[in-house]
Design a protein around this ligand. Structure first.
Ligand SMILES: [Mn+2]
Length: 324
């Protein structure tokens, strides 16, 4: 834990009065969970707090307490502190970036290894599984934990660890979750709320993706290309990866989504050895060692070629075990 930056964050929370909270675009469990937990913490300390996000809250996360207070528009006004949660770069906050300039101090609270240290205070813990876990540290410090905060933090940890299955899960993750469970949370309800919203058309679409999977067994890469990605309320990205992960051998998983004829979204995942943040970074993106992404200004076919050949080179020397 970065003690000095944590201490500076705590001092700011104590001294400042007006707070702006935000996180990255395309909100998910950790960005929403960490913002709402921070909101509730600051409210308990009698602070003025506004949450302002680029995108509306997806329906699947509307169960999070106070999710309705998140604003997508903001009037003029200034802030003592802007807290940017779960964002590797201030540009990832989208239109909120302009409002950040109206704060006296930017506190950057994040766990992405690709973080650019854009804040005045940069509390960045790349080895932690979620930003929500960082907010948990603050809630313990200020002794404000309650059922609503526990639900927000649980959701953030749960989603950013792939339902406690990623390699960023450790004993500490479970210790925290054990504490949160004292607040009478219902993991099965949270799971179903987030994961059981597929439509029959979604499953048919998944079938198409699965039948088009490609493999490089030597380099242990598995990938799919999608020419028509429906942006549904229910984001199928993680579902595709969880299906790919059923395969025993691959180390790297890639999803290529065509945006238009010259733009392609690339999502990367790895199991335990390959640092996909480095791959994404090389192509102008970023993220975590085990989960990252980038958007490229090239066609689906050209992007697929570039990324896969780069990963092949990157994993060169990464030979499958010989059968004895
Ligand atoms: Mn996160």
């Amino acid at each position: 834990m970065h003690k000095r930056e944590l201490k500076r964050t705590i001092e700011k929370i104590k001294k400042a009065k007006k707070f702006l909270l935000t996180a990255h675009m395309n909100p998910e469990g950790d960005s929403l969970g960490s913002q709402l937990a921070m909101y509730l913490l600051l409210k308990k300390l009698k602070k003025q707090v506004v949450i302002y996000n680029h995108d509306p809250v997806p329906n699947i996360y509307s169960f999070l307490p106070y999710s309705r207070i998140i604003k997508n528009e903001l009037n003029n006004g200034s802030f003592d502190v802007a807290m940017v949660m779960d964002s590797s770069d201030s540009t990832r906050t989208g239109k909120v970036k302009d409002a950040l300039a109206r704060a006296d101090c930017i506190v950057n609270i994040d766990h992405h290894i690709s973080n650019t240290y854009f804040g005045d205070i940069n509390w960045v813990e790349p080895w932690l599984g979620s930003t929500s876990q960082m907010v948990h540290v603050l809630c313990e410090k200020f002794k404000v934990m309650d059922k609503n905060i526990a639900l927000c933090i649980y959701t953030g940890i749960f989603t950013d660890t792939g339902n406690f299955t990623y390699s960023n899960v450790d004993a500490e993750t479970h210790r925290i979750v054990a504490q949160l469970m004292k607040y009478n949370l219902h993991p099965h309800k949270i799971y179903e709320g987030i994961h059981s919203l597929c439509l029959p058309s979604d499953l048919k679409f998944m079938g198409k993706i699965i039948s088009s999977l490609k493999f490089d067994p030597q380099r242990k890469i598995c990938w799919a290309t999608i020419t028509k990605w429906e942006k549904n309320e229910y984001d199928l990205t993680e579902v595709v990866f969880s299906i790919m992960r059923l395969l025993k051998e691959p180390e790297v998983f890639v999803l290529f989504k065509k945006i238009d004829s010259h733009r392609t979204r690339v999502n990367l995942r790895s199991r335990s050895r390959i640092d996909v943040n480095r791959v994404a970074k090389f192509f102008g993106g970023g993220g975590h060692k085990r989960a990252s992404g980038t958007t490229m200004d090239s066609s689906l076919e050209a992007t697929e070629k570039k990324i896969i050949s780069f990963i092949k080179r990157y994993t060169n020397g990464f030979k499958p075990k010989k059968k004895s």
